[in-house]
Design a protein around this ligand. Structure first.
Ligand code: HEC
Ligand code: HEC
Ligand code: HEC
Length: 499
């Protein structure tokens, strides 16, 4: 080939083509460079604090002035539009959907009202409205302790700093009502100086200490799940309603059960069977640890808080939600399958586990009612002791799976195994009950009550739902506005300064 200069001499248009192409390329490179510089400046700008606030500032809005992207997404947890096959972010009355739950929790707050969990922006509103917290009006107190606020708000660590941890837990739920008004937020998970993840709840730190581990030694990836484990775990109220995670013997369902048994701890006595019951809370973190995703090093934030980008900025999506509402940014970062395939993988696991769970649930309802019959026929404590322990264990295992959010997908094999051991305990109880009933000459099936709606089931256990709702409405109309007014006055005295 001839040198380029000779070619141009022969055909001058070639020179022009070269000239114009070069200009176009340089122009685009320039554009790219300017865009990169602009984004860099934007990044620096976005991460330069605009306001200075205290370490325990409870108002997300104030933190949000420095980090608007995270704040704006956090507000989106208010969204209630997503419904998956079994869960989602919308209001769902679980007692209405499955009235047998009313019998399982008879004598305990959960038989009054139990709903599907919603996004973090609903935490305060929901705990005020739920019938379980009662209606503290006219000097009456709530059936719940202050400890119930612990997983609802960044006002909690603030109050713990102010009055002390044990002092905070003590006392009745309504006492802190005017103090705890901000929904779950920045101060729950972040250090205000460095914005690093931090543990704000003492119960998790203490649980680590009891297991002989130091929570300050964990990796960054561990922190991406431990911030969630401050709240999404199994727990109970000890002496002085002190919040404790029962992990001293380990975090498996058996280890926690053994811990509770040794302590002879019970959440309540079942009014029909008289069994000393345990209420599993929401062992989300514990069950997740036993699944393949945790074993491959994933943390909660990987799927529930994936990265997103806006204007070329990559940041963590603070709209914490089910990844099923966001499969392209979560599952598909690692899996190549179509959305529909991944969804059906999840539903298939949930369907199968729900099938076994439903069977177990039915057996436990029957066991409670049969035990009630045995008492009625004159059974004594000695004869009932083992049976009641079987019922306790069966229901604990059923609840452990039922109450764990996402558990059937987080850890399908362990969930199935737990239900399997629950079935065994329920069968043990019912075989012993059949023998005991026979010894009283009772040889037929104990009649199953008509509990096919929530109303019928609540009536069966003697709950007056209308009365509870009416007094709750009075509490919401009269007491709650006072709480909010006091909170506004208090927060007006907080110091923040522009930088
Ligand atoms: C439930 C816990 C939780 C809450 C509440 C929370 N964050 Fe985060 N935040 C995280 C996690 C997890 C990450 C990822 C951190 C990492 O991987 O290092 C993160 C990351 C960040 C980052 C680093 C940049 C990024 O996006 O990855 C900033 C800044 C931030 N959050 C600000 C906020 C602000 C402001 C609020 C309140 C409006 C808030 N966060 C509330 C858990 C939380
Ligand atoms: C301070 C306690 C607390 C912390 C920390 C916390 N949560 Fe929650 N979370 C809650 C409560 C309470 C609810 C239920 C709120 C309601 O129903 O009103 C909830 C609800 C949820 C839901 C259901 C929302 C939906 O749309 O389905 C998901 C998912 C969730 N949390 C994930 C997480 C993840 C992931 C983390 C850690 C990054 C985390 N949470 C940290 C207390 C907490
Ligand atoms: C950060 C990467 C990552 C993300 C995000 C992720 N996975 Fe996985 N997933 C894995 C790995 C790794 C395995 C284990 C496979 C192996 O090692 O062979 C796995 C295993 C699985 C399995 C088979 C395990 C079983 O239960 O039998 C399914 C199904 C699955 N993932 C579905 C999903 C879905 C649905 C999502 C979104 C909600 C998701 N994954 C998100 C990495 C990921």
């Amino acid at each position: 080939m001839k040198p380029i200069s000779d070619q141009i001499k022969e055909k001058p248009w070639k020179g022009w083509v070269l000239f114009i192409t070069t200009i176009v390329i340089v122009f685009f490179i320039g554009l790219l460079a300017s865009s990169i510089i602009e984004r860099r400046t934007e990044a620096v700008f976005a991460y330069t604090p605009k306001v200075d606030h205290t370490q325990w500032e409870p108002r997300n809005k104030v933190w949000g002035e420095n980090f608007p992207r995270q704040y704006n997404r956090l507000l989106k947890t208010e969204d209630q539009s997503f419904m998956s096959k079994y869960n989602g972010s919308s209001q769902r009355d679980m007692l209405e959907e499955d009235p047998r739950l009313v019998i399982l929790w008879a004598g305990y707050g959960f038989s009054k009202e139990y709903n599907q969990g919603k996004g973090h922006e609903h935490a305060i509103d929901d705990i005020r409205k739920i019938l379980r917290t009662g209606a503290p009006v006219d000097g009456n107190s709530s059936p719940m302790p202050n400890t119930c606020w612990t997983c609802k708000s960044p006002d909690v660590p603030r109050r713990m700093q102010e009055i002390g941890v044990a002092e905070f837990y003590k006392g009745s739920w309504e006492e802190e009502g005017h103090q705890i008004v901000n929904n779950i937020g920045c101060a729950d998970c972040h250090d205000a100086e460095s914005m690093n993840l931090r543990i704000s709840r003492p119960a998790l730190v203490e649980a680590y200490q009891k297991m002989g581990k130091d929570i300050d030694d964990v990796s960054h990836q561990d922190m991406r799940q431990l911030v969630c484990a401050q709240c999404h775990v199994e727990y109970y109220f000890g002496e002085g309603k002190y919040l404790i995670f029962p992990w001293e013997k380990g975090t498996s369902v058996e280890a926690m059960e053994a811990y509770y048994d040794e302590l002879e701890f019970k959440d309540w006595i079942h009014p029909i069977s008289k069994a000393p019951m345990l209420k599993a809370q929401h062992p989300d973190f514990e069950l997740f640890q036993t699944g393949i995703h945790a074993q491959r090093g994933l943390a909660c934030a990987d799927c529930n808080m994936p990265y997103m980008s806006e204007g070329g900025q990559k940041f963590t999506d603070h709209k914490i939600q089910s990844p099923l509402n966001n499969i392209s940014n979560t599952c598909q970062v690692c899996h190549r399958e179509e959305t529909q395939v991944l969804l059906s993988n999840v539903y298939e696991r949930q369907d199968k586990i729900k099938e076994t769970r439903d069977n177990l649930e039915d057996l436990i309802v029957r066991a409670h009612i049969e035990a009630g019959k045995a008492w009625e026929l004159g059974a004594n404590e000695q004869q009932m002791k083992e049976i009641l322990m079987d019922i306790r264990h069966a229901q604990w295992r059923w609840d452990y799976v039922a109450a764990s959010h996402g558990g059937s997908f987080h850890s399908p094999i362990e969930s199935s195994r737990i239900l399997g051991t629950g079935l065994e305990a329920a069968h043990d109880a019912r075989i012993k009950l059949a023998r005991l009933l026979a010894s009283f000459g009772y040889n037929q099936e104990v009649p199953y009550p008509d509990i096919d709606t929530k109303e019928k089931a609540q009536k069966y256990i003697g709950l007056d739902a209308e009365k509870m709702k009416n007094s709750k409405q009075r509490f919401l109309d009269e007491v709650v506005p006072e709480w909010d007014k006091k909170a506004v006055e208090r927060e007006a005295t907080y110091k923040t300064s522009d930088i």
